[in-house]
Write a protein that binds this ligand. Structure first.
Ligand code: PLP
Length: 363
Protein backbone atom coordinates (compact mmCIF):
# COMPACT_ATOMS: atom_id res chain seq x y z
CA UNK A 1 0.00 0.00 0.00
CA UNK A 2 2.98 2.29 0.57
CA UNK A 3 3.51 3.82 -2.85
CA UNK A 4 6.64 5.79 -3.54
CA UNK A 5 5.42 9.03 -5.04
CA UNK A 6 7.67 10.92 -7.44
CA UNK A 7 8.73 14.48 -6.74
CA UNK A 8 6.49 15.75 -9.52
CA UNK A 9 7.35 19.22 -10.84
CA UNK A 10 5.53 18.80 -14.15
CA UNK A 11 4.19 22.00 -15.72
CA UNK A 12 0.98 20.35 -16.81
CA UNK A 13 -0.80 18.16 -16.16
CA UNK A 14 0.46 18.69 -12.66
CA UNK A 15 0.52 16.66 -9.48
CA UNK A 16 -2.69 15.54 -7.80
CA UNK A 17 -3.15 15.07 -4.05
CA UNK A 18 -2.42 11.52 -2.91
CA UNK A 19 -5.64 11.33 -0.87
CA UNK A 20 -7.74 12.25 -3.92
CA UNK A 21 -6.05 9.54 -5.99
CA UNK A 22 -6.51 7.01 -3.21
CA UNK A 23 -10.19 7.78 -2.94
CA UNK A 24 -10.59 7.44 -6.71
CA UNK A 25 -8.77 4.11 -6.51
CA UNK A 26 -10.97 2.86 -3.69
CA UNK A 27 -14.15 3.85 -5.56
CA UNK A 28 -13.01 2.94 -9.05
CA UNK A 29 -14.97 -0.29 -9.47
CA UNK A 30 -17.87 0.40 -7.17
CA UNK A 31 -18.99 3.96 -6.70
CA UNK A 32 -21.24 4.43 -3.68
CA UNK A 33 -22.21 0.77 -3.60
CA UNK A 34 -23.74 0.99 -7.09
CA UNK A 35 -21.63 -1.80 -8.58
CA UNK A 36 -20.43 0.62 -11.26
CA UNK A 37 -17.56 3.00 -11.70
CA UNK A 38 -18.54 6.67 -11.66
CA UNK A 39 -17.40 6.76 -15.30
CA UNK A 40 -19.99 4.13 -16.17
CA UNK A 41 -22.84 6.12 -14.66
CA UNK A 42 -25.34 8.01 -16.76
CA UNK A 43 -24.73 11.72 -16.59
CA UNK A 44 -28.50 12.03 -16.17
CA UNK A 45 -28.57 9.78 -13.10
CA UNK A 46 -28.72 10.93 -9.49
CA UNK A 47 -25.28 9.54 -8.53
CA UNK A 48 -23.40 11.52 -11.14
CA UNK A 49 -25.67 14.52 -10.71
CA UNK A 50 -24.65 14.79 -7.05
CA UNK A 51 -20.93 14.67 -7.96
CA UNK A 52 -21.42 17.31 -10.66
CA UNK A 53 -23.27 19.70 -8.38
CA UNK A 54 -20.83 19.19 -5.52
CA UNK A 55 -17.95 20.07 -7.83
CA UNK A 56 -19.70 23.29 -8.90
CA UNK A 57 -20.58 24.16 -5.30
CA UNK A 58 -16.96 23.62 -4.22
CA UNK A 59 -15.61 25.90 -6.96
CA UNK A 60 -18.07 28.57 -5.80
CA UNK A 61 -17.24 28.09 -2.14
CA UNK A 62 -13.46 27.88 -2.41
CA UNK A 63 -13.14 30.85 -4.78
CA UNK A 64 -15.86 32.85 -2.97
CA UNK A 65 -17.72 33.29 -6.25
CA UNK A 66 -20.30 36.02 -5.65
CA UNK A 67 -23.97 35.96 -6.61
CA UNK A 68 -24.54 36.73 -10.25
CA UNK A 69 -21.89 34.36 -11.62
CA UNK A 70 -22.18 30.93 -13.22
CA UNK A 71 -19.60 28.15 -12.89
CA UNK A 72 -19.41 26.10 -16.07
CA UNK A 73 -17.60 22.93 -17.12
CA UNK A 74 -16.43 22.82 -20.74
CA UNK A 75 -14.07 20.72 -22.83
CA UNK A 76 -11.39 21.75 -25.31
CA UNK A 77 -8.95 23.10 -22.73
CA UNK A 78 -7.95 26.69 -22.17
CA UNK A 79 -6.97 26.71 -25.86
CA UNK A 80 -10.61 26.54 -26.94
CA UNK A 81 -11.33 29.47 -24.61
CA UNK A 82 -8.84 31.52 -26.64
CA UNK A 83 -11.38 31.26 -29.47
CA UNK A 84 -14.67 31.10 -27.55
CA UNK A 85 -14.04 34.36 -25.71
CA UNK A 86 -13.82 36.47 -28.89
CA UNK A 87 -16.52 34.43 -30.67
CA UNK A 88 -18.96 35.24 -27.91
CA UNK A 89 -17.84 38.66 -26.78
CA UNK A 90 -16.02 40.46 -29.59
CA UNK A 91 -18.66 41.84 -31.97
CA UNK A 92 -17.86 43.53 -35.27
CA UNK A 93 -17.17 47.21 -34.76
CA UNK A 94 -15.53 46.70 -31.38
CA UNK A 95 -12.01 45.78 -30.39
CA UNK A 96 -10.57 43.82 -27.49
CA UNK A 97 -7.34 44.56 -25.57
CA UNK A 98 -4.78 41.88 -24.77
CA UNK A 99 -1.97 42.25 -22.24
CA UNK A 100 0.95 40.22 -23.51
CA UNK A 101 2.80 38.44 -20.73
CA UNK A 102 3.87 35.28 -22.51
CA UNK A 103 3.21 32.67 -25.13
CA UNK A 104 -0.28 31.85 -23.85
CA UNK A 105 -1.27 35.53 -24.09
CA UNK A 106 0.11 35.57 -27.63
CA UNK A 107 -1.99 32.54 -28.55
CA UNK A 108 -5.12 34.10 -27.07
CA UNK A 109 -4.41 37.33 -28.99
CA UNK A 110 -3.82 35.48 -32.26
CA UNK A 111 -7.11 33.61 -31.97
CA UNK A 112 -8.98 36.84 -31.27
CA UNK A 113 -7.36 38.39 -34.34
CA UNK A 114 -8.85 35.64 -36.52
CA UNK A 115 -12.33 36.39 -35.26
CA UNK A 116 -12.36 40.15 -34.81
CA UNK A 117 -10.23 43.15 -33.97
CA UNK A 118 -7.72 42.73 -31.17
CA UNK A 119 -5.07 45.18 -29.97
CA UNK A 120 -2.07 44.88 -27.68
CA UNK A 121 -2.95 46.83 -24.54
CA UNK A 122 0.51 46.32 -23.01
CA UNK A 123 3.42 43.98 -23.57
CA UNK A 124 6.29 42.52 -21.59
CA UNK A 125 7.81 40.76 -24.58
CA UNK A 126 10.97 42.85 -24.43
CA UNK A 127 13.25 41.04 -21.99
CA UNK A 128 11.68 37.69 -22.85
CA UNK A 129 8.63 38.14 -20.63
CA UNK A 130 10.53 38.42 -17.37
CA UNK A 131 8.08 40.93 -15.87
CA UNK A 132 4.42 41.95 -15.65
CA UNK A 133 3.49 45.37 -17.09
CA UNK A 134 2.68 48.10 -14.58
CA UNK A 135 -0.96 49.13 -14.46
CA UNK A 136 -0.15 52.52 -16.00
CA UNK A 137 1.41 50.84 -19.05
CA UNK A 138 -1.97 49.37 -19.99
CA UNK A 139 -3.99 51.14 -22.67
CA UNK A 140 -7.63 51.14 -21.66
CA UNK A 141 -10.06 51.81 -24.43
CA UNK A 142 -13.32 52.46 -22.66
CA UNK A 143 -15.26 51.40 -25.75
CA UNK A 144 -13.49 48.07 -26.09
CA UNK A 145 -15.29 44.78 -25.70
CA UNK A 146 -13.00 43.43 -22.98
CA UNK A 147 -9.45 43.38 -21.63
CA UNK A 148 -7.71 39.99 -21.52
CA UNK A 149 -4.89 39.02 -19.17
CA UNK A 150 -3.03 35.81 -18.28
CA UNK A 151 -2.78 35.70 -14.49
CA UNK A 152 0.19 33.34 -14.37
CA UNK A 153 2.69 32.73 -17.14
CA UNK A 154 3.51 29.07 -16.91
CA UNK A 155 6.49 29.13 -19.26
CA UNK A 156 8.27 32.23 -17.92
CA UNK A 157 7.35 31.96 -14.25
CA UNK A 158 5.76 35.37 -13.84
CA UNK A 159 2.46 36.14 -12.14
CA UNK A 160 0.28 39.18 -11.62
CA UNK A 161 0.67 40.11 -7.95
CA UNK A 162 -2.47 42.26 -8.06
CA UNK A 163 -5.06 42.79 -10.78
CA UNK A 164 -5.73 46.03 -12.63
CA UNK A 165 -8.93 47.96 -12.26
CA UNK A 166 -10.11 47.74 -15.85
CA UNK A 167 -12.18 50.94 -15.60
CA UNK A 168 -15.49 49.50 -16.61
CA UNK A 169 -14.09 47.35 -19.41
CA UNK A 170 -14.95 43.68 -18.72
CA UNK A 171 -11.79 41.97 -17.44
CA UNK A 172 -11.21 38.43 -18.70
CA UNK A 173 -8.45 36.21 -17.31
CA UNK A 174 -6.81 32.97 -18.28
CA UNK A 175 -6.05 31.54 -14.83
CA UNK A 176 -5.09 28.07 -16.04
CA UNK A 177 -1.88 27.85 -14.05
CA UNK A 178 -2.72 29.65 -10.82
CA UNK A 179 -6.44 29.31 -10.18
CA UNK A 180 -7.17 28.55 -6.52
CA UNK A 181 -3.51 29.00 -5.55
CA UNK A 182 -4.54 32.09 -3.57
CA UNK A 183 -7.75 33.94 -2.76
CA UNK A 184 -8.92 36.26 -5.56
CA UNK A 185 -11.67 38.85 -5.85
CA UNK A 186 -13.83 37.24 -8.52
CA UNK A 187 -16.02 40.36 -8.72
CA UNK A 188 -13.18 42.15 -10.55
CA UNK A 189 -13.61 39.78 -13.48
CA UNK A 190 -16.30 39.32 -16.08
CA UNK A 191 -14.95 35.91 -17.05
CA UNK A 192 -12.26 33.58 -15.70
CA UNK A 193 -11.22 30.39 -17.43
CA UNK A 194 -8.81 27.62 -16.49
CA UNK A 195 -7.92 24.21 -17.82
CA UNK A 196 -8.24 22.00 -14.73
CA UNK A 197 -5.03 20.06 -15.18
CA UNK A 198 -2.69 22.15 -13.05
CA UNK A 199 -4.47 23.25 -9.91
CA UNK A 200 -7.96 21.76 -10.01
CA UNK A 201 -7.70 18.18 -11.20
CA UNK A 202 -6.91 16.22 -14.36
CA UNK A 203 -7.14 17.38 -17.97
CA UNK A 204 -10.38 16.99 -19.89
CA UNK A 205 -12.37 19.71 -18.19
CA UNK A 206 -12.10 23.49 -18.31
CA UNK A 207 -13.66 25.61 -15.61
CA UNK A 208 -15.31 28.89 -16.62
CA UNK A 209 -16.61 31.46 -14.15
CA UNK A 210 -18.76 33.98 -15.96
CA UNK A 211 -20.80 36.98 -14.92
CA UNK A 212 -24.43 36.49 -15.88
CA UNK A 213 -24.92 39.90 -17.47
CA UNK A 214 -22.12 39.09 -19.91
CA UNK A 215 -24.01 35.99 -21.03
CA UNK A 216 -26.85 38.22 -22.14
CA UNK A 217 -24.53 40.24 -24.38
CA UNK A 218 -23.04 37.18 -26.05
CA UNK A 219 -23.26 36.49 -29.77
CA UNK A 220 -26.27 34.18 -30.12
CA UNK A 221 -25.43 33.29 -33.69
CA UNK A 222 -22.91 30.56 -32.94
CA UNK A 223 -22.84 26.78 -33.05
CA UNK A 224 -24.52 25.42 -29.95
CA UNK A 225 -21.39 23.95 -28.36
CA UNK A 226 -19.46 27.20 -28.77
CA UNK A 227 -21.96 29.35 -26.88
CA UNK A 228 -21.42 29.85 -23.14
CA UNK A 229 -25.18 30.18 -22.86
CA UNK A 230 -25.63 26.52 -23.79
CA UNK A 231 -23.61 25.47 -20.75
CA UNK A 232 -25.22 28.02 -18.44
CA UNK A 233 -28.73 27.01 -19.46
CA UNK A 234 -28.28 23.29 -18.82
CA UNK A 235 -25.92 23.28 -15.82
CA UNK A 236 -23.09 22.19 -18.16
CA UNK A 237 -25.07 19.11 -19.17
CA UNK A 238 -26.39 20.02 -22.60
CA UNK A 239 -24.41 17.03 -23.80
CA UNK A 240 -22.33 14.43 -21.97
CA UNK A 241 -19.83 16.24 -19.75
CA UNK A 242 -16.36 14.79 -19.00
CA UNK A 243 -17.75 12.97 -15.99
CA UNK A 244 -14.61 11.30 -14.70
CA UNK A 245 -12.57 14.51 -14.91
CA UNK A 246 -15.27 16.42 -13.06
CA UNK A 247 -15.37 13.69 -10.42
CA UNK A 248 -11.60 14.08 -9.95
CA UNK A 249 -12.02 17.86 -9.70
CA UNK A 250 -14.52 17.27 -6.93
CA UNK A 251 -12.05 15.04 -5.06
CA UNK A 252 -9.24 17.54 -5.45
CA UNK A 253 -11.43 20.41 -4.27
CA UNK A 254 -12.44 18.40 -1.21
CA UNK A 255 -8.75 18.06 -0.46
CA UNK A 256 -8.23 21.84 -0.89
CA UNK A 257 -11.14 22.46 1.45
CA UNK A 258 -9.74 20.06 4.04
CA UNK A 259 -6.42 21.92 3.91
CA UNK A 260 -8.17 25.18 4.73
CA UNK A 261 -9.20 26.51 1.32
CA UNK A 262 -7.64 29.26 -0.78
CA UNK A 263 -6.11 31.04 2.21
CA UNK A 264 -4.28 27.89 3.30
CA UNK A 265 -3.24 27.17 -0.30
CA UNK A 266 -1.66 30.61 -0.56
CA UNK A 267 0.21 30.19 2.70
CA UNK A 268 1.53 26.79 1.66
CA UNK A 269 2.35 27.96 -1.86
CA UNK A 270 4.23 30.99 -0.50
CA UNK A 271 6.29 28.74 1.77
CA UNK A 272 7.09 26.38 -1.09
CA UNK A 273 8.04 29.19 -3.47
CA UNK A 274 10.05 31.11 -0.86
CA UNK A 275 12.13 28.04 -0.12
CA UNK A 276 13.26 27.86 -3.76
CA UNK A 277 13.56 31.60 -4.43
CA UNK A 278 15.60 32.04 -1.24
CA UNK A 279 18.08 29.45 -2.49
CA UNK A 280 18.26 31.21 -5.87
CA UNK A 281 18.81 34.59 -4.18
CA UNK A 282 21.45 33.28 -1.78
CA UNK A 283 23.41 31.44 -4.49
CA UNK A 284 25.63 34.40 -5.46
CA UNK A 285 24.41 34.18 -9.03
CA UNK A 286 24.94 30.43 -9.44
CA UNK A 287 21.18 30.08 -9.87
CA UNK A 288 19.63 32.94 -11.83
CA UNK A 289 15.89 33.44 -11.73
CA UNK A 290 14.26 34.33 -15.04
CA UNK A 291 11.42 36.39 -13.53
CA UNK A 292 12.05 39.78 -12.06
CA UNK A 293 11.61 39.44 -8.28
CA UNK A 294 8.51 41.67 -8.27
CA UNK A 295 6.85 39.43 -10.86
CA UNK A 296 7.77 36.03 -9.48
CA UNK A 297 5.23 33.26 -9.78
CA UNK A 298 4.20 31.14 -6.82
CA UNK A 299 3.50 28.32 -9.26
CA UNK A 300 6.38 28.07 -11.74
CA UNK A 301 9.90 28.78 -10.53
CA UNK A 302 12.18 29.36 -13.53
CA UNK A 303 15.96 29.53 -13.21
CA UNK A 304 19.20 29.11 -15.09
CA UNK A 305 22.59 27.75 -14.10
CA UNK A 306 25.92 29.35 -15.12
CA UNK A 307 26.07 27.44 -18.43
CA UNK A 308 24.26 24.82 -20.45
CA UNK A 309 26.71 22.13 -19.47
CA UNK A 310 25.92 22.60 -15.79
CA UNK A 311 22.21 22.79 -16.55
CA UNK A 312 22.42 19.47 -18.34
CA UNK A 313 24.36 17.93 -15.47
CA UNK A 314 21.92 19.29 -12.88
CA UNK A 315 18.90 17.99 -14.77
CA UNK A 316 20.59 14.62 -15.23
CA UNK A 317 21.30 14.33 -11.51
CA UNK A 318 17.77 15.44 -10.66
CA UNK A 319 16.38 12.78 -12.97
CA UNK A 320 18.59 10.12 -11.40
CA UNK A 321 17.36 11.18 -7.97
CA UNK A 322 13.73 10.72 -9.03
CA UNK A 323 12.68 14.30 -9.73
CA UNK A 324 10.23 14.73 -12.60
CA UNK A 325 9.51 17.65 -14.91
CA UNK A 326 12.34 20.07 -14.08
CA UNK A 327 13.42 20.86 -17.65
CA UNK A 328 12.74 24.47 -18.54
CA UNK A 329 10.59 25.30 -21.55
CA UNK A 330 12.72 25.69 -24.68
CA UNK A 331 11.80 29.40 -24.90
CA UNK A 332 13.46 30.10 -21.55
CA UNK A 333 15.89 27.23 -21.19
CA UNK A 334 17.36 26.15 -17.87
CA UNK A 335 15.04 24.71 -15.28
CA UNK A 336 11.46 25.12 -14.19
CA UNK A 337 9.92 23.75 -11.03
CA UNK A 338 6.15 23.81 -11.24
CA UNK A 339 4.89 23.74 -7.70
CA UNK A 340 1.12 23.66 -8.08
CA UNK A 341 -1.29 23.24 -5.18
CA UNK A 342 -0.82 19.49 -4.83
CA UNK A 343 3.00 19.53 -4.80
CA UNK A 344 3.97 18.89 -1.18
CA UNK A 345 6.33 21.15 0.74
CA UNK A 346 8.58 18.11 1.19
CA UNK A 347 9.14 17.89 -2.56
CA UNK A 348 10.31 21.51 -2.60
CA UNK A 349 12.57 20.77 0.34
CA UNK A 350 14.07 17.81 -1.49
CA UNK A 351 14.66 19.97 -4.57
CA UNK A 352 16.17 22.72 -2.43
CA UNK A 353 18.55 20.21 -0.88
CA UNK A 354 19.57 19.02 -4.32
CA UNK A 355 20.19 22.59 -5.51
CA UNK A 356 22.34 23.37 -2.47
CA UNK A 357 24.37 20.19 -2.80
CA UNK A 358 24.82 20.70 -6.53
CA UNK A 359 26.08 24.24 -6.06
CA UNK A 360 28.48 23.17 -3.34
CA UNK A 361 30.02 20.63 -5.65
CA UNK A 362 29.95 22.61 -8.89
CA UNK A 363 29.86 26.25 -7.87
N1 PLP B 1 -3.01 29.00 -20.65
C1 PLP B 1 -2.02 28.78 -19.78
C2 PLP B 1 -1.62 29.85 -18.82
C3 PLP B 1 -1.39 27.54 -19.77
O1 PLP B 1 -0.39 27.30 -18.90
C4 PLP B 1 -1.79 26.54 -20.69
C5 PLP B 1 -1.13 25.21 -20.72
O2 PLP B 1 -0.08 24.99 -20.19
C6 PLP B 1 -2.81 26.84 -21.59
C7 PLP B 1 -3.41 28.07 -21.53
C8 PLP B 1 -3.29 25.82 -22.59
O3 PLP B 1 -4.16 24.98 -21.92
P1 PLP B 1 -4.85 23.71 -22.56
O4 PLP B 1 -3.79 22.70 -22.77
O5 PLP B 1 -5.88 23.33 -21.52
O6 PLP B 1 -5.49 24.13 -23.85
Amino acid sequence: KNVTRAHNFNAGPGALPLTALEQAQAELLNFNGTGMSIMEHSHRGKDYDAVHNQAIALVKELLSVPEGYEVLFLQGGASLQFAMVPMNFLPAGKQAGYVMTGVWSEKAYEEAGKLGKAFIAASAKEGNYCRIPAFDEITYDAASAYLHITSNNTIYGTEWQAFPDSKGVPLIADMSSDILSRPIDVSKFALIYAGAQKNLGPSGVTVVIIRRDLLEQANQNLPTMLKYGTYAKDNSMYNTPPTFSIYMVKLMLEWVKAQGGAVAMEKRNRQKAALLYDIIDASNGFYQGHARPDARSLMNVTFRLPNQELEKKFLEQAKQAGFVGLNGHRLVGGCRASIYNAVPYESCQALGDLMLAFQKKNG
